[in-house]
Design a protein around this ligand. Sequence first.
Ligand code: ADP
Ligand code: MG
Length: 140
Amino acid sequence: MSIQQTLSIIKPDATKRNLTGKINSKLEESGLKIIAQKRILLSKAQAKDFYKVHQERPFYDDLVKFMISGPVVVQVLEGENAVSKNREVMGATNPAEAEEGTIRKEFAVSLEANSVHGSDSLENAKIEISFFFSRIELVS
Ligand code: ADP
Ligand code: MG
């Protein structure tokens, strides 16, 4: 067990439906601590860059369009095994397959508009956190 940090994004489908607080409650109830947070509107270039690992996938262009369709809340979560803990709380990518009680089961609209992003490994968490935050913005 180790204390980790991971990047979370509350996606436009959720900010538009005013679900930031409800999603933050789920994160906090799981024991994760929100140690940095800001609401921003991504540019197309930023969204393309953030999701560049998916640039060959058929859903890439639509995903980028979706991610710039409204504000997002980017946040850093900290806690024991934060990377996998957050993935657990988020639920499966496809809300139809997400477990009861997970964020995506409760709030996601579709496979694309699935309310939250979470880093998928500790290595990617570090890269994704530094994409949005500088060290002085992280208050443990
Ligand atoms: P996750 O967000 O669970 O890590 P991925 O990294 O595989 O999932 O995909 C990134 C995001 O791209 C998903 O959260 C979802 O918004 C979107 N996405 C993934 N697969 C599809 C798909 N088949 N069709 C449309 N959008 C998709
Ligand atoms: Mg992913």
